[in-house]
Design a protein around this ligand. Sequence first.
Ligand SMILES: NC(=O)c1ccc[n+]([C@@H]2O[C@H](COP(=O)([O-])OP(=O)(O)OC[C@H]3O[C@@H](n4cnc5c(N)ncnc54)[C@H](O)[C@@H]3O)[C@@H](O)[C@H]2O)c1
Length: 273
Amino acid sequence: MDSSSWPQTKPRFADRVAVITGSSSGHGRAIAIRLASEGASLVCVDLQPGALGGGFEADPDTDTDALIRRNRGRAIFVRADITSEADLSEVGATSVREFGALDLWVNNAGISFGNASILDEADERFTKTIEVNLKGTWNGAREAARRMKDQPVKGRVRGRIVNIGSIAGNIGQADLASYSASKGAVHHFTKALAIELAPQLITVNAVAPGYFATAMNRALWEDESALEHVREMHPLPLGVPEDIAAAVAFLGSDDASFVTGAILPVDGGMAAK
Ligand SMILES: NC(=O)c1ccc[n+]([C@@H]2O[C@H](COP(=O)([O-])OP(=O)(O)OC[C@H]3O[C@@H](n4cnc5c(N)ncnc54)[C@H](O)[C@@H]3O)[C@@H](O)[C@H]2O)c1
């Protein structure tokens, strides 16, 4: 192989603009930091700029966008509720106005009300879980597709959408039916949209995390027997949000130009059992 055909590598997101929903805490914060460290300009999106109480973030008192700017990255914060199409339309407009493009949209924001039997679960909790986890992902993907479909091709695609599903969307677990249903739907939505948007050269993939220490799971991490059960479910030692960020960075980069409709488990082998 001569030097003209030797692979040339450069920061994967040097000329890319990414929107991350739920960027203030947990996985979203780790994803934003990872993409910024690889050169992306970021639109950080959340209900509030600060991390949720009860999380495990290092330096939780510094907002994600401020942390990125402090490390010489490019990031702005836009307050938005993913259940509002109007809010997300403003997010898309801000990305194009401030950074000139929208190359990657990560639908990460999500909620869980914790474990409850269907016999006890409040209807409002089921409805809210579906509204945020599924409709919020739908809203984000639609805004992304509207913006991306007429963009020039960069690398081999016009844009990329990455959804955060869950291992709960792959396997059945007792007392988690509403959350599982929302995430199973996100996985299937991902596949359907991947086929639909392939002609527009937009890729759509999902990451399916196992259990991670974030504010969402604070109760599990405070209960030693519950945590032992969580450990037993994962063949590998427990992962960290940076593992999710690495998977999103792959699916959002040119390295994944020929990957669409994939649901990538990042679960230490949990779903392989
Ligand atoms: N932590 C886990 O073990 C785990 C496992 C599987 C999947 N996930 C998924 O990972 C994603 C991130 O979860 P996390 O664990 O980092 O949780 P988290 O609670 O630490 O962070 C979620 C973030 O989303 C934001 N958010 C919630 N509702 C929103 C809304 N309507 N509009 C805008 N922002 C909103 C919150 O303010 C928060 O900053 C979620 O989709 C979650 O379902 C998490």
